[in-house]
Write a new protein. Structure first.
Length: 88
């Protein structure tokens, strides 16, 4: 059985508006522009807590973490590309 602690925290647009001190309409605009990631379930939106960071970073938290990992691996990838090009 799944406990409440195992489930991700989700918010309504109204709750996000209160947290970010914005109007509800502004939150819906941010959702429609993709600046806040939300999932529409039936007729209502639910916003994962991680998605709020999107407003501040311009990237979803998962994308930001993936980008950091990519940047960390970039020197190794560039070395491998150079090795392949030098063999041609």
């Amino acid at each position: 059985m799944i406990s409440n602690q195992d489930l991700p925290r989700v918010y309504t647009p109204e709750q996000i508006a209160e947290i970010l001190q914005l109007s509800k309409n502004t939150v819906y605009d941010l959702i429609s522009r993709g600046e806040i990631i939300a999932k529409k379930i039936g007729k209502v939106y639910r916003i994962p807590a991680r998605s709020i960071s999107f407003v501040f970073s311009g990237l979803d938290d998962d994308l930001l973490k993936a980008e950091k990992e990519d940047l960390k691996n970039l020197p190794r990838i560039q070395r491998e590309i150079s090795k392949i090009r030098s063999k041609q």
